[in-house]
Design a protein around this ligand. Structure first.
Ligand code: HEM
Length: 433
């Protein structure tokens, strides 16, 4: 009986969704905002382009978000204090609190009330970010290069002699997780457990139609990781050491220090923010090169172009497609009025394809000059791990080119994940010859 009810419920929900999409198509003069459609998942850029041409700030009923697809507005919203990230302040927060309580997720509720810097506005954001930056100096990140190379080599050694391998499972996923674990000085024996938790955790982030089971798995992993980090940090308090966690413990700015909650919140943020994203960059980048064989060949022969090619990959197929901002107060923006708490989806992917920012934006060109993208964000929340991601992906591409004279995509049309925030593949099988 339960099964019949749940089928009926999803049928009704889907019918209501389709009706909304049809209604929006009428009022938006033919622009279809069907974020569940296979067409959208295959090529979201067509939709973003038509949204931008119709209205650069366009409300979608199904997501209840105002989508911003123009570079100028996107940058302004990411930089301007009138737009906030702290969702605790707005009416939406009550729903989240109820959901956490209903699911018995006390730790997640506590974390929601004490968010990481990604969800904090100034002055808390600026205070925590300054302290976390102690662990992200260019000198320190660059010093990790040999270790990163070793991790890439170890991953590829494991598939040595295989006729094919899964780029995502065998390299792109483990690489950032192992690098972060090493950066944090986590013991080698914890690595497998740590990787399993990180993967489960990400099951619940930004997916379209995420199953209840995945949401539960993600919540369990979240709580396990919080306990894990808490224990590690407490153990390290008296002998902090020189790794990232040691630097967090010692970081001090004008007498200010991070408290324990801020420390484990930061560790968890780094894990989420630095894992899925770098995995996607490597996967999306290789896939895009396979679709532009002449450029792949040119890049192999001219590897000094890899850093520019990575910027173009970030622009053309960004791992993070959108981020959310809220109107801090009732406001007028670009001649329209918005109520306090109005949520805007800043479409990173849409802005990157704005012809006012980049000429011929739908063309992929590793030789493009002066690439404008906001794939690492913009303004005060701009990605703190950008240089780490750039180094990891550069070493991954260099090593792949160095080890494999010839690679082929086994599946010509691999499946893009259905996720409005992260864009990428769960698997990308490559044939070695
Ligand atoms: C290709 C890889 C990556 C991409 C595309 C990416 C993208 C982004 C974006 C778009 C933001 C801004 C979000 C917003 O404004 O709402 C951001 C922030 C952040 N990223 Fe990354 N990221 C990547 C890798 C990393 C790595 C490797 C780390 C660290 C290990 C990291 C840590 C962070 C942190 C801590 C923030 C929050 C900064 C703040 O709130 O001030 N990211 N990232």
């Amino acid at each position: 009986m339960n099964k019949i009810f749940s089928k009926l419920k999803s049928f009704l929900l889907m019918s209501a969704y389709k009706a909304l999409v049809g209604f929006e198509k009428l009022i938006n003069k033919g622009v279809v905002l069907d974020f569940l459609a296979d067409d959208f998942v295959d090529d979201p850029y067509k939709t973003y382009n038509s949204m931008r041409m119709h209205k650069p700030i366009l409300f979608s009923q199904t997501t209840r978000l105002h989508w911003v697809t123009k570079m100028e507005f996107a940058q302004e919203m990411l930089r301007d204090k009138r737009f906030s990230v702290d969702d605790r302040k707005y009416p939406i927060a009550e729903r989240r609190r109820k959901e956490f309580k209903k699911a018995g997720r006390e730790i997640m509720l506590e974390q929601f009330e004490n968010p990481s810097m990604l969800k904090l506005d100034p002055p808390d954001h600026s205070r925590i970010r300054k302290l976390v930056q102690y662990g992200f100096t260019n000198r320190y990140i660059t010093s990790l290069e040999p270790e990163i190379k070793q991790v890439v080599d170890d991953c590829l050694d494991k598939i040595h002699n295989q006729e094919s391998f899964d780029l995502i499972e065998d390299l792109a996923k483990p690489l950032p997780a192992i690098v972060i674990a090493k950066m944090m000085g986590l013991p080698d024996k914890d690595l497998n457990q740590f990787q399993a938790w990180s993967e489960d955790l990400l099951l619940g982030v930004g997916g379209i139609g995420t199953s209840k089971e995945d949401i539960k798995k993600s919540g369990d992993a979240y709580e396990a990781l919080i306990h894990y980090f808490e224990e590690i940090i407490l153990k390290r308090k008296d002998a902090p050491g020189d790794d990232f966690i040691g630097k967090l413990i010692q970081a001090e700015e004008e007498g200010d220090k991070l408290n324990i909650k801020e420390m484990y919140g930061t560790c968890l943020l780094l894990l989420i923010a630095g894992h899925e994203t770098t995995t996607r960059l490597i996967g999306n980048g290789i896939y895009t090169l396979f679709n532009h064989r002449d450029q792949m060949a040119h890049l192999k022969e001219n590897q000094e172009l890899i850093p520019n090619a990575i910027e173009e990959m970030l622009r053309y197929e960004p791992p993070v497609h959108a981020t959310v901002r809220f109107a801090e107060n009732d406001m007028i923006y670009n001649t329209k009025s918005y109520k306090r708490g109005t949520a805007f989806a800043v479409s990173i992917a849409g802005a990157n394809r704005d012809p006012d920012a980049n000429a011929n934006p739908d063309e992929f060109d590793i030789l493009r000059d002066d690439i404008k993208h906001i794939s690492f964000g913009y303004g005060p929340h701009m990605c703190i791990g950008a240089s780490l991601a750039r180094i990891e992906s550069r070493i991954a591409f260099e090593t792949l080119f160095e080890r494999f004279a010839h690679l082929e995509l086994l599946d010509q049309k691999p499946l893009w994940g259905k996720n409005l925030i992260f864009r990428g593949f769960d698997h990308l099988n490559l044939k070695v010859s």
